[in-house]
Design a protein around this ligand. Sequence first.
Ligand code: HEM
Length: 259
Amino acid sequence: MNGSINGSHDYARVYVWEQPVRWFHWINAVTVIVLGATGWLIANPPAFMSETEASFSYWFGDVRFIHFAAAYVFTANFAFRLYWSLVGNKYSKWRNFFPLRRAQIRQIGDVLKVDILQSTQKPVHTVGHNSMAYFTYAGTGLLTVFQIASGFALYAPMSESWFPALFTWVMPLFGSEFSLRIFHYAVMWAFTVFTIIHVYLVFYHDYVEGHGVLSSMVGGWKFLEKKTIAAEEASGISPYPSKPTTPAPVAPTQVAKIN
Ligand code: HEM
């Protein structure tokens, strides 16, 4: 391998992640990290011995305030992504997240064979996420719903606002505040494990496949071989007509032949 140009390919530049999806992603990533860090502190409060007047050591109150404020942002951001899965382009549509079509199920099998079983080295190239990734994100979506419902149910007794009050029915399902807290805490760890694997995988795929997957969540574009794009169109995955996106200025690099 000569290091800079890897073989001969006919590439196209594809606008995959629209701005609202990118904003969702980064707001979600920041709020998950803030919620995880502050949530961990709330669950494991450091017992400081201090001579300071109690009202001057309100930092724990600040930690809780940040947790609750981030929870509202996390919730509104998720609601926005649900809306965008109805009106966004075909790669962001809700149907991708549910593997109900045969082509999606087959692709999940192919991804498992390459990434987990390592029984084949034939990589799975896709324009949006691969079907396994979409399905995983559906799982994180479910965890998100649970975390919102359980978190606001725990917050409701301390709040006079109408929104947490919507979740007062959750606590009786778990028997006690204590057991609901345990589940809320466990799901925080599930998010932590997801984040570690997720960040590893996007860096790994970015390096191995060279489609610009990492920067696609910043600028929106990926770079794929034209035959990969044609194969995806033919596979029936993400087949829904997308709204025409604002055409970016067509530079000579837009569809570039690299030899
Ligand atoms: C902080 C470092 C992170 C990086 C570098 C990163 C990078 C990426 C990239 C590149 C994608 C697109 C993958 C593709 O095109 O197939 C993606 C998607 C996604 N990531 Fe992350 N991510 C990070 C953190 C997180 C965190 C903390 C979460 C939540 C716990 C998260 C949740 C998601 C979700 C849900 C998607 C799918 C987005 C959608 O389709 O709406 N990410 N991430």
